[in-house]
Design a protein around this ligand. Structure first.
Ligand SMILES: Cc1ncc(COP(=O)(O)O)c(C=O)c1O
Length: 305
């Protein structure tokens, strides 16, 4: 059985996991005014030590989110960093852990309230996807990705997940594992919780930052690892029909990790099996997050015992 979360760090206090509370009329509950990060801590199999993966990049992104959200009293990134490390330490996981760090307006107020803010950090078990090895079947959604001029996708805001939720529910009802969402211009954006990569003519292709994607930490990791493997990569606009003619496809995100895509709209991707480049990148990602390679030690923050 998976380990159990014991405590949650709430505004710097360690609270029993089941007893964490906010008011139902808080601005975050009423209007979704919160920004968060999904972060992972991986267990190194040789030493049993845990590493938080790319903590600094997650902190930088939540910092940008708090600025765009115009929070007037945001917690410092140093406070949040300590909260993340403490949440892992105090929960003492014995397997990989998923961390949710969130800054929110906890006061009762209006939709335009800018404070006071509160924050929490939870550390919970999360199993790897059942499709990690075999690959996912995706369906292009009729729901449209949120746009920079309305709900900036660059901000990992809790409210942003409404559109992806509808797309995900539609995809499940239609018999797919997951949705692919197009933006308001009809170009491929991402999935409800992960970015998308394709392999076309031997080159990696991923929707650009102007395709209404979340500026994903994992996407950046994949682009870096691909460059180090000598794989050419392009960040550009992607047409829907390119999804039907590529050799390979995969999704990537902190929570979803790196998973092959084997079909889109029931058309096989390549030969309908996880592709060779995808599997090489999946293996490289696995060793860098877990620290079974010395490469990119700067991406792994050790959690003190
Ligand atoms: C909508 C969305 N896109 C992409 C991603 C991937 O981002 P990251 O790699 O930073 O986890 C996420 C989060 O995991 C997400 O929620």
């Amino acid at each position: 059985m998976a380990w159990q979360a014991k405590v949650l760090i709430h505004n710097g206090r360690s609270v029993p996991f089941e007893e964490a509370r906010i008011h139902p009329l808080s601005v975050v509950a009423a209007y979704g005014v919160g920004v968060f990060e999904g972060i992972r801590a991986y267990r190194n199999p040789a030493t049993g030590r845990f590493f938080v993966f790319r903590l600094e990049e997650h902190l930088a992104r939540i910092g940008q989110g708090m600025k765009i959200m115009r929070f007037d009293d945001p917690p410092s990134l140093a406070t949040l960093r300590e909260g993340v490390l403490r949440a892992v330490r105090e929960n003492a996981p014995d397997e990989d852990a998923y961390i949710r760090l969130q800054v929110q307006i906890e006061a009762i107020g209006s939709q335009a309230s800018t404070g006071p803010t509160g924050w929490f950090c939870a550390c919970v078990p999360r199993e790897r996807s059942a499709k990690y090895a075999s690959g996912l079947s995706l369906g292009v959604s009729s729901w449209v990705r949120i746009a920079d001029g309305a709900m900036p996708p660059r901000v990992k805001a809790t409210a942003n997940y409404h559109a992806g939720r509808l797309a995900g529910l539609q995809a499940k009802a239609d018999g797919y594992d997951m949705a692919v969402i197009l933006n308001h211009l009809g170009k491929v954006s991402e999935t409800p919780g992960a970015c998308l990569f394709l392999v076309r003519d031997g080159r990696l292709v991923t929707p650009s930052r102007q395709s209404d994607i979340l500026e994903s930490v994992t996407r950046d990791t994949v682009l870096t690892l691909a460059g180090e493997m000598g794989l050419a990569a392009e960040e550009r606009l992607v047409d829907r029909t390119e999804l039907y003619v590529v050799e390979e496809a995969f999704i990537c995100g902190t929570g979803q990790e790196l998973q092959p895509v084997v079909a889109v709209d029931r058309l096989p991707v390549g030969d309908g099996r996880p592709g060779a480049i995808t599997m090489r990148l999946q293996a490289a990602y696995e060793s860098v997050v877990r620290g079974t390679t010395d490469a990119h030690a700067e991406w792994r923050t050790p959690v003190a015992a």
